[in-house]
Every structure is written in C-alpha cells, then in structure tokens.
Design a protein around this ligand. Structure first.
Ligand SMILES: NC(=O)c1ccc[n+]([C@@H]2O[C@H](COP(=O)([O-])OP(=O)(O)OC[C@H]3O[C@@H](n4cnc5c(N)ncnc54)[C@H](O)[C@@H]3O)[C@@H](O)[C@H]2O)c1
Length: 250
C-alpha cells in the first residue's frame, strides 16, 4: 500500500481510538505522519510505534481549542518535513447524556469549542500550508450524529452537524486551488469515548438499531478516511461518508 507515499499527514487526537487507527493506516499507506494530541504522552507512544514499523513520524502536543497551537503545529510540521499534504481533523470529546435544559453552558462551550471550533482552527492553519504545497486533502471527523439527531447529546450533535457545514463550505472555497475537503461520519465505535458520553451498554443497544446491528471498528473508519485522503478519491470533495453499519438508512 503506497497510495500516500511522499505525502506528509497531520492527525489531531491521534493518541488513541479512531485517530490512532487512522495514523497507523496512513503510515501503512506510506505517509509521513505527524501524530498530535492534547495528551502528548499518548501522541509520543503512537509516533514511536509508527517509527518502529518503519514509517517516518513525529509527535507534537496540540490542543485543538488553541488556534495558535494549531498554527504552531503546522509550522513545526513544515519545518521538519518541508510540506503538509494531508490532514485529519479528528480530535473530539463527548459528554454525559442530559436533556438540553440541564446542559451547563460551560459544557456546551467546551464541546463546541473542541468538536467544531477545533476543526475550524486546524483547517485555518492547515490550508495555507497546503496551498503552499500545491494542493492537499482534508478529512474532518464528523459522526452519524452530524447527520441525524440523538436525544440528550445536544452539544455533540450540534457540533457534529456544524462540522459537516464547515466541510462543505471549505470544499467549495478551495476546490479550484487543489484542496479537497470531506467528512466521515461513523456510528458508535468501541473507543474510550463510549465510556464518557454514552455507556458501553447503551452504545451497544443503540448500535443494535443499525441494520448491521454492531459497533464500527476504528480500523473500518481508518479505511474510508485514508481512501478519502488519498488521490484514489481525486474527484471526491464536499461529501460526507457514513461509516455507520446502516444506522442512518432507516
Ligand atoms: N467512538 C465513537 O463512537 C465515535 C463515533 C463517531 C464519531 N466519533 C468521533 O471520532 C473522533 C475520535 O473519537 P474516539 O472515539 O477515537 O475518542 P477517544 O476518546 O478514544 O480519542 C479522542 C482523542 O482526542 C484527544 N483529544 C481530546 N480533546 C482534545 C483536544 N482539545 N485537542 C487535541 N486532542 C484532544 C484525546 O486525548 C484522545 O486521544 C471524535 O471526533 C469523535 O467525536 C467517535
């Protein structure tokens, strides 16, 4: 697999879960991978694992809620590897389920700041570097909950719907300058996140509502994500790819 050879990719929230699976899949596809996470130790672990497997990798601390940190991470990527071609804006958080009127304002702000503004801050930093490199490809991590509603997760659902709007807008703005921008929308995946926002038991119950009646795996998300990042998806931009075992089809 060499579809991303000679490409430099930056992944946010890559210290675990879906982001780490995507970082591994990008490395397997030949990309140089900049593994970023607010938890620097976890980013270092994943980058070390990629290097051991023969890939070029770099770990950087990046809290996506900090616009300057996003600019700095892109600058460090370009300083180290000379360019930025691919970006996966994956970092996100969930929250305990509660009705809209019980959601503390600070919690709303934290979820929207991380899951939506974080994607904006990162794209705002990545796009100039990609223009400099002559083009690029971005995938933003939405969710099936960016396409359909889900009770008692209003900040998360609203932020993920916002990610899709942002993705479509960026795709329109940069298509003529060689940057493709797409979103992926997984349903419930078995990661650390499921222990926060929705208990594993309830997640499995929700997943059973999908025609395929199961959770999605991080590797399945990575497969579609790296396809979209790669030149194999050269005509694909502004689109949202459900990876949801059919959840939204009903
Ligand atoms: N797990 C699911 O069911 C599921 C379903 C659909 C979409 N998603 C989305 O996939 C993405 C990854 O989720 P996951 O399931 O792998 O969760 P996870 O909790 O396993 O991993 C999230 C990673 O993001 C990092 N992170 C958190 N806040 C950050 C910040 N401010 N800046 C940078 N990094 C930060 C964490 O340290 C962690 O490494 C999220 O955007 C999530 O909304 C998850």
């Amino acid at each position: 697999m060499t579809e991303c050879a000679d490409h430099v990719a930056l992944v946010t929230g890559a210290g675990g879960g879906i982001g780490a699976a995507c970082a591994r899949r990008l490395a397997a596809a030949g990309a140089t991978v900049v593994v970023t996470d607010v938890d620097e130790a976890s980013a270092k672990n994943v980058a070390a694992e990629l290097e051991q497997s023969g890939a070029r990798a770099l770990a950087l601390p990046l809290d996506v809620t900090d616009p300057q940190a996003a600019v700095d991470a892109v600058a460090e990527t370009v300083r180290t590897f000379g360019r930025l071609d691919l970006a996966l804006n994956n970092a996100g958080i969930s929250l305990p389920r509660q009705a809209l009127d019980a959601v503390p304002v600070e919690l709303w702000q934290r979820v929207v700041e991380t899951n939506l503004s974080g994607v904006f801050y990162c794209m705002r930093a990545e796009i100039p570097a990609m223009l400099e490199a002559g083009g690029g490809s971005i995938v933003n991590m939405a969710s099936v909950l960016g396409v359909v509603g889900f009770g008692e997760l209003s900040p998360y659902v609203a932020a993920k719907h916002g990610v899709i709007g942002l993705t479509k807008t960026a795709a329109i703005e940069y298509a003529s300058r060689g940057i493709r921008v797409n979103a992926v929308a997984p349903s419930f995946a078995d990661t650390q996140m499921l222990t926060v926002g929705i208990t594993p038991r309830k997640a499995r119950a929700a997943a059973l509502l999908a025609p395929m009646a199961r959770l999605v795996t991080p590797d399945e998300v990575a497969e579609v994500t790296v396809f979209l990042l790669s030149a194999r998806a050269s005509a694909v931009t502004g689109s949202v790819h459900l990876i949801d075992c059919g959840y939204a089809a009903r």
